[in-house]
Write a protein that binds this ligand. Structure first.
Ligand SMILES: C[S@@+](CC[C@H](N)C(=O)[O-])C[C@H]1O[C@@H](n2cnc3c(N)ncnc32)[C@H](O)[C@@H]1O
Length: 269
């Protein structure tokens, strides 16, 4: 990845649109800052209620399978998991244009780790805050543990949010990163991660084609039934695992979200 992540931009678009809805699942007033002019225009047009639902429907029609709804449901669900974890610090891994460090009142010190290209693009668009620390790492090429050590990351009870990222990494990078997380975070830390069901990794939907088109093909997935042992071997005890479709149902949304796009959460043992 030589340029800022385009899929991070798509997620920001979905969050900005959700924010304009009357009864959205969350409010992310920062998401619009990260959008190119054509997407900003779309979000502004969506302020008019009939257009908002129309634009959402259009996206869902063009990309069936629920990328928009999955991103929205997972964002809200992870917000709820984060509140439950009540950590001493937060680590956003592959932070993209996630604005939790800015939009969640009272969030503790937050470390944002991302690929240098995306992180630079983000920092050009949002102002620095004292409680937010940035660390550039290419997780496919570099050691997370080493980067955290250099940044003075303290070994405290941490909530790690690894949202929408594992599917873009190599198997070795996911393995090594999980081991680094258990080695560098404090006792009772929570790791929240999303993953794609391996059975759907090589499907050929418009969603799959669109990520390939922007140069970010999905490269990693797990079978849900292997997740408890997979995480266990890396020092984590699985607490829950659900599809974004189930997460969306929790919030009584009738719109489609993907069954194969999943959220798992675990604690360090
Ligand atoms: C779909 S975006 C998700 C961003 C964010 N977590 C969110 O949910 O809004 C994917 C993110 O993974 C990051 N990423 C992809 N490959 C990476 C790598 N090799 N090392 C570090 N980050 C990477 C991208 O920079 C981007 O921020």
């Amino acid at each position: 990845m030589r340029t800022a992540s385009r899929t991070a931009e798509h997620v920001a678009l979905f969050r900005a649109l959700e924010t304009r809805r009357g009864r959205g699942l969350f409010r992310d007033p920062y998401a619009i800052l990260f959008l190119p002019p054509r997407y900003r225009w779309l979000v502004r047009a969506a302020t008019l209620p009939p257009l908002n639902h129309g634009i959402a429907r259009l996206i869902d029609h063009r990309y069936p399978g629920g990328p928009r709804r999955s991103a929205v449901a997972r964002t809200r669900f992870i917000d709820d998991l984060l509140a439950e974890a009540d950590p001493e610090q937060v680590l956003l891994l592959g932070a993209g244009y996630d604005s939790r460090a800015h939009r969640i009142p009272g969030i503790p010190t937050t470390y944002e780790v991302d690929h240098p290209a995306t992180q630079q693009a983000k920092r050009r668009r949002i102002r620095d805050r004292d409680h937010v620390h940035y660390i550039s790492v290419d997780l496919n090429e570099q050691s997370l543990a080493e980067a955290l050590r250099k940044a003075g990351f303290p070994r405290k009870r941490t909530a790690v949010i690894w949202e929408g990222v594992t599917n873009y990494l190599s198997e070795e990078a996911v393995d090594k990163t999980l081991r680094d997380l258990t080695a560098t975070t404090g006792k009772g830390s929570t790791v929240i991660l999303t993953y794609v069901d391996r059975a759907a990794l090589d499907d050929d939907t418009e969603w799959h084609r669109s990520v390939r088109r922007v140069g970010e093909p999905w490269t990693f997935g797990l079978h849900p039934n292997e997740v408890p042992a997979y995480l266990g071997e890396r020092g984590l005890v699985l607490r829950g695992d659900m599809s974004t479709q189930e997460a969306a149902r929790r919030y009584h949304t009738a719109e489609p979200a993907a069954g194969f796009y999943r959220i798992a959460w675990a604690v360090t043992d």
